[in-house]
Design a protein around this ligand. Structure first.
Ligand code: SF4
Length: 396
């Protein structure tokens, strides 16, 4: 057995796992299991600990190396788990030297239709429910030249779509000379990698989108018509208690502005249901927001207290009520999604095929293609119907 990686959590962790795997293999490591942990919820940490114990039990000879946000918060505790040979800090986990190598090894994304490229990591904010800044440290941006060359290599390797990702993506560049912006970076990528078919940006803070990015949303076909906002709530009082930087009105304005610049654009958002002190009336404000903003794609999380955060010390909403509110938000979004997707029936869409004839449109709507198709290809298709699982389309 050479090297295997168990990944928990976000796209950033997924990317870093691919890099660590390449570094460890290039350095000739063997009998090694890397566990890349997440700390966004207690449950995520519990699953990673369980995985470590399972590896120790089933592969007694394996060297277990633990890293990630969970490990960063309490390295001592993780080092005491059975089979753990080493706990590696998040800040050095990608460095070749951490794996006994000298030169960076290229991560292997073959077999994946879309590639995630982290351009920023860490966070300077302190939202009251979030533990990430304590695990990942302050915001650090990658120089644009470095990002462009990585994307060029991915496109040369056949990737049709690249997603710019980060922990607090809209903070990109604030720590770099000349304070470049996320919009500036996207414009540079599109200009210097003309063969790139699709550029997507991951979660955005609605109050921190720069003017260049707004311009690109309005004028650049290769920037995908799909924005996912990190909203978290639709009530000003709850947003204040979360220490978010935007108000309900600002979030609504951002969504309206996006639709004005790019009619038909897909809007998604993250929302937390049952944040401490959320009364029925405050919840109704968030529910009404989903309707008013007509958000079709929602990621809803029942609040999960994270020890070490201010929100964990606030008066909690009973868990069954958190779950019930989450279900109501998802139902509201499902209604919006049905209306939004029905509007595509009879129209032509571009689908990036991932596997088994399934993929995503430019708006990031799941789509099933009737007939033959090859993973990693872009297919223009006419939408025949809209189902709960997404669109059904036929190649043109
Ligand atoms: S912006 Fe807030 S929610 Fe996002 S990583 Fe930073 S502290 Fe956490």
């Amino acid at each position: 057995m050479s090297v295997s990686v168990l990944t928990f959590g976000c796209r950033l962790n997924a990317y870093e796992s691919a890099v660590m795997h390449a570094q460890a293999e290039a350095a000739g490591l063997s009998e090694t299991v890397i566990v890349n942990t997440c700390a966004v919820t207690l449950e995520a940490e519990r699953q990673a600990r369980q995985a470590v114990r399972r590896v120790a039990r089933e592969q007694p000879g394996a060297r277990i190396i633990v890293t990630g946000c969970g490990a960063a918060l309490d390295p001592e505790a993780w080092s005491r788990l059975p089979g753990v040979a080493r706990v590696l800090d998040n800040r050095v986990k990608l460095a070749p030297e951490s794996w006994g190598g000298r030169a960076p090894a290229a991560p292997d994304f073959s077999g994946r239709a879309r590639a995630f490229v982290p351009v920023q990591q860490g966070c300077d904010h302190r939202c009251t429910f979030c533990i990430i800044p304590y695990g990942r440290g302050p915001s650090v941006s990658r120089p644009a030249g470095n990002v462009v060359s990585e994307i060029r290599a991915m496109v040369e390797a056949g990737r049709k779509e690249v997603v710019l990702t980060g922990v607090d993506l809209t903070a990109y560049g604030a720590d770099l000379p000349g304070r470049p912006t996320l919009g500036g970076l996207a414009r540079r990528v599109l200009a210097l990698v003309p063969e790139l078919k699709r550029l997507r940006v991951s979660s955005l803070d609605p109050a921190e989108i720069d003017d260049d990015l707004w311009r690109l949303i309005g004028e650049e076909e290769r920037l995908m018509p799909h924005l996912h906002f990190s909203l978290q709530a639709g009530s000003d009082l709850i947003l204040k208690r979360m220490k978010r930087r935007h108000s309900r009105a600002q979030a609504l304005d951002a969504i309206k502005r996006a639709r004005g610049l790019r009619p038909g654009i897909a809007i998604g958002a993250d929302l937390i249901a049952g944040f401490p002190t959320e009364t029925d009336a405050l919840f109704e404000e968030t529910l009404a927001f989903v309707g008013e903003a007509e958000i079709p794609f929602l990621h809803v999380f029942p609040f999960s207290p994270r020890p070490g955060t201010p929100a964990a010390r606030m008066p909690a909403v009973p868990f069954p009520l958190r779950r019930e509110r989450a279900a109501r938000l998802r139902q509201a979004a499902k209604t919006q999604a049905g209306r939004y997707c029905a509007g595509f029936v009879g129209r032509a869409v571009s689908v990036l095929i991932e596997a088994g004839g399934r993929g995503h449109t430019a708006e990031y709507i799941p789509a099933t293609l009737l007939g033959e198709s090859r993973p990693g290809t872009l297919v223009t298709a006419r939408v025949e119907s809209s189902e709960d699982s997404g669109l059904v389309a036929k190649a043109m």
